[in-house]
Design a protein around this ligand. Sequence first.
Ligand SMILES: Nc1ncnc2c1ncn2[C@@H]1O[C@H](COP(=O)(O)OP(=O)(O)OP(=O)(O)O)[C@@H](O)[C@H]1O
Length: 648
Amino acid sequence: MTSTTAAALKPPATPKAPEAPKSPAAAHPRIALLRILGPAGRGPLTAITGLALVKSLLPAATALIMAALVERAESHAPATVFAAELVPLLLFGLVLLAGHVIDAATGPLTYLARARIDGAHRARLARLAATTPTIEALERPDVQALIRLSRAEPENWTERTPADGALGQLRLLLGLTGLIGSCAVLAGYALWPIPLLLGPAAANQYLRNRQAHQFTRVWRASNPEWLHADVWKQAVLTPGTAVEQRVFGAEDWMLGRMMHHALIMFEPIWAMSVRLLRNEWTQFLLVATPLLILFGEVADRAAHGRSSVALETAVFAAGWSVFQTLGYSEDVRSVRAAADSLVAYDELCAALGPSATAASAEVPAPAPAPDDASDAAGLVRFEDVSFRYPGTERLVLDGLDLEIRQGELLALVGLNGAGKSTLIKLLSGLYLPTGGRITAGGRELGPAGIDAWREQISVVFQDFAKYHLPVRDNVALGRGRIPVDEDALAAAARDAGLDQLLTRLPDGWDTPLSRAVAGGVDLSGGQWQQVVLARALYAVHTGARLLVLDEPTAHLDVRTEFDVFHRLAAHKHDAGVVLISHRLSTVRQADRIVLLEDGRITETGDHDELLALGGRYAELFAIQAERFTRGYDDRVDPDQEETAPWAA
Ligand SMILES: Nc1ncnc2c1ncn2[C@@H]1O[C@H](COP(=O)(O)OP(=O)(O)OP(=O)(O)O)[C@@H](O)[C@H]1O
């Protein structure tokens, strides 16, 4: 390895710690809900608060105005009553108008605030999920469940977003001002009605809160069924499955399964709703009893001339508004559901946060930087590496030693399930070894500095992602951290054999790769593989020093594969190349071939050495050669000598 390359391959000596995601729910969830109001913006929040404050005082104002209307109707002669009623009537009109205007103005403001608050929450969540150094935590079912809960997308009517809860909590708090106003009106009559009404009203609110809590719990418990239903829903709606659906005649079956799981999911929610409805009479009693006592007393006093009808009217209106303020509202349920989603976000932070990830992986401290001379032997080293997937018992890699050298094409072969792709995932830092260590340029790979390491490698995974984006974006995201480099794009397209396809696309580089997008096209499997190869080669052209290809040409026709390999071979001096392939006719041209079996490397050498060894590789090669000579395989003749693109 040259010293320049060696230096480029070292993860940074002082790794930068990933930024810790901020958790909003460190305090009580209800306070945390108020904390997430910030992104709504000062202007909209002030307006919403002011309007809600005024609206909360309207019931008390209505009570007073109605009392004034009744009082003047009683005390004035018919000839003068209209003039006497004019001012309270005008005020009553103003109050009604204010109610309408406030509702009309609050609608769009709430919409704006909701979009901003939920947008900020989703961005925070996406950042948290997208920036974990490894993917092992993301594959855990409990973590996926937390992501769903904290996401709180309103996918069915049981869900509320964090903004629903935060704005609801604000409204509930401001409603208390109205409560004080109504109590003040009641106090004008007597003090005893205040505890008479407030006690049951508070109990009513407590019960509503508890119901909301139970409701959310039932919904949470039904989440697994929702997941099943969603799998079938996606299968029914996604264009990608439309072909198989029709060919297999599976539409009704899929729809049936979706309905089956959806119905199971909703069953406890409906049962809960029915139970709540049946028990509604207890709430009715709680509200009606104190109101009837109060109204009876007031009516009796008025009937016996000990109080005025006007006062009676004011007490009726104010008493009713107490129960309106502390009674049922959608806000109670929204607050409960959204508070749960913030708690779930908190738990997710704990599960995915950098310290948790690093601790669970028990990463040793980075090794000291080697001299340039000492890493000349190896670009990357696997030293006694063992690995089992989280939550499983089986060791996929078991004491594996391997060296990846610069300027060399290394082929990795083995039967299905041998662990070849797993080895690549470890090399990319997507998982950490459960035993042993992997070093790059002498420094141990771990979560710290992993971003810098990933700048150095370029990987084509077997199950690569097909983005419904223009070709340019599909290729350029191979190096997403730098501005698009047009020259490198052109070179990558040439090397991957993509340039000819580009000339046939309606919009060239700007053609979206999905017919579901206007002006887009669908590519064949082999054409997609060329796009993905170009993605990896773009990274090499912009500085990556290790190219890793997991079955990169399985879908390519023989001619294209041959051409592509010739071009890839040209890069082995700029970037070490690791190739996984089941096509031994291709693999034979590698500088070094390693056979992975039982979680470790069992055979190493070039093609001729491995054939001479007469081991497993020789056996596999003989089977493929036999298939070819019998005409079962239309791939390149394993004996042909001219296909040696890897030769230096
Ligand atoms: N995310 C995962 N969680 C648990 N086990 C996994 C996971 N991915 C792979 N495995 C298991 O690890 C083993 C090795 O899989 P891997 O994909 O590395 O094999 P491979 O050699 O690449 O196979 P192939 O040649 O078929 O691509 C398999 O037994 C597989 O079931």
